[in-house]
Write a protein of this length. Structure first.
Length: 437
């Protein structure tokens, strides 16, 4: 089966026994009470999912299997003479639960390279769309077109044991992740580069090959892609893209259909699409103030004007975090090494210096600190990837690592279909009346 697959199955079997024991002994233990506000306002903060791959702490930020982003940048394998972690290593960590060796990472890179061939009909489907179609729409459509390759769907239709589900989901996951860079790069070259496509280079790592197919050979950009695809991969299970993938997968939809659902969620302005809004706001700030490097005083006045107009400062605030997003910090450290004199990067840093205090002073914002979206656009533009509409596709390629690793775990642990209870507003009113009586 391949040693990574074997290790995943052994780890999952052990954890399945542990979960059965927990449910048997503590299944009726209540985790928390749900408030009426939580029921009406997006189930915010309700503990109702188990996601093995990562956990978000409001003060420490995201941890992948217990490891922080600074630890991952230090401990995960890298290419020779490279400084940034390979996403292959993070995928292994999320899947198996332990840090990979260089051999483990090389195995995954080689596996994805072998499986990266995209059937021609997928390109035909993309070509059938108008070129003006948003890249995320093209990306979602292409993922659905890839579904014809699903081994899980075929095996399920032929009749397989529930104990075998994980096997076919794993195989679909590995193939889908392998092909996403080719699909994403094809969309980019079609839309922005006159359909002058670049063939993959099987000798490169997953991120390096993605950069190559996009048309960027700069080693700094390849390093940025390794960092970007690592830090955007997962953010526990409650965010829209992760939850949508999990929810659709719980109905035993195959990984292609499940991931397409997650990507439809990622395309929303309140989720993945936010990254393009941040850089546009920065550029509007520069244009309005008439300089590429506005002073902190100018930026502060512009932020106050933005708030007075009833608008938000994009890239600031987070549903869970109550500190600077470690993913923002990782990108800032990268920029200090690779492009410290870039005017837009310096503007991002100056916004960081003044925005939190202004936002906090309003008394309306719980988290005035930057999130991951606040920095990524400036780095991408520095290397020449200037098309903001494409940024969410990059996010989607990365997010596949986390949500599909989680989907493998869902099937290995035999998680059931997700079906929370809902009530009507009338039911809530009657409940309140009874409580008051």
């Amino acid at each position: 089966m391949g040693f990574v697959k074997d290790r995943f199955k052994a780890t999952a079997d052990q954890q399945l026994l542990e979960i059965k024991s927990i449910i048997e002994k503590h299944g009726n233990t209540k985790l928390e009470d749900v408030t009426i506000a939580q029921a009406f306002q997006g189930m915010r903060g309700i503990t109702g999912l188990v996601t093995e791959t990562s956990l978000l702490d409001s003060n420490e930020g995201i941890r992948f299997r217990g490891f922080s982003i600074p630890e991952l940048r230090d401990k995960l394998p890298k290419i020779e003479n490279g400084n940034e972690p390979l996403p292959e290593g993070l995928f292994y960590l999320m899947l198996v639960g332990e840090l990979p060796s260089q051999e483990d990472v090389d195995h995954i890179s080689a596996t994805w390279a072998r499986r990266s061939h995209v059937p021609n009909h997928v390109f035909d489907v993309i070509e059938a769309l108008p070129v003006a179609t948003h890249p995320m729409t093209q990306f979602c459509t292409a993922v659905l077109a890839l579904q014809t390759e699903s081994k899980f769907s075929k095996a399920y239709s032929e009749g397989i044991s529930k104990k075998e589900y994980w096997d076919y989901v794993y195989e679909d996951t590995m193939t889908l992740i392998a092909r996403l860079p080719r699909v994403a790069a094809y969309i980019y070259r079609r839309k922005y580069k006159n359909s002058e496509h670049i063939q993959p280079d099987g000798l490169l790592d997953w991120s390096g090959n993605f950069a190559h197919m996009l048309g960027f050979e700069d080693e700094g950009f390849k390093e940025l892609m390794r960092l970007y695809l690592t830090i955007h991969a997962d953010h526990e299970g409650g965010n829209v893209s992760a939850h949508a993938t999990h929810l659709v997968g719980s109905a035993l939809s195959d990984p292609y259909l499940s991931f397409a659902a997650g990507m439809a969620g990622l395309a929303g302005p309140l989720h993945g699409l936010a990254n393009q809004e941040v850089i546009r706001w920065i550029e509007e700030l520069q244009e309005t103030l008439g300089t590429q490097e506005p002073s902190k005083e100018q930026i502060a006045d512009y932020i106050k004007t933005t708030l007075t107009q009833g608008k938000v400062v994009p890239g600031y605030g987070h549903a869970v975090l109550r500190k600077t997003d470690p993913r923002f910090t990782a990108q800032m450290e990268f920029a200090k090494t690779h492009c410290p004199e870039n005017p837009t990067v310096k503007t991002v840093w100056n916004v960081y210096d003044v925005a939190p205090a202004i936002l906090e002073a309003t008394g309306k914002i719980k988290n005035p600190w930057p999130n991951v979206d606040a920095h990524s656009g400036a780095l991408l533009k520095h290397y020449g990837l200037v098309e903001e509409d494409f940024y969410t596709v990059l996010f989607g390629v990365s997010r596949a690592l986390g949500v599909l690793a989680s989907l493998c775990w869902d099937r290995a642990l035999n998680f059931p279909i997700e079906r929370p209870k809902s009530v009507t507003t009338e039911w809530v009113k009657n409940f309140i009346d009874k409580q008051q009586a």
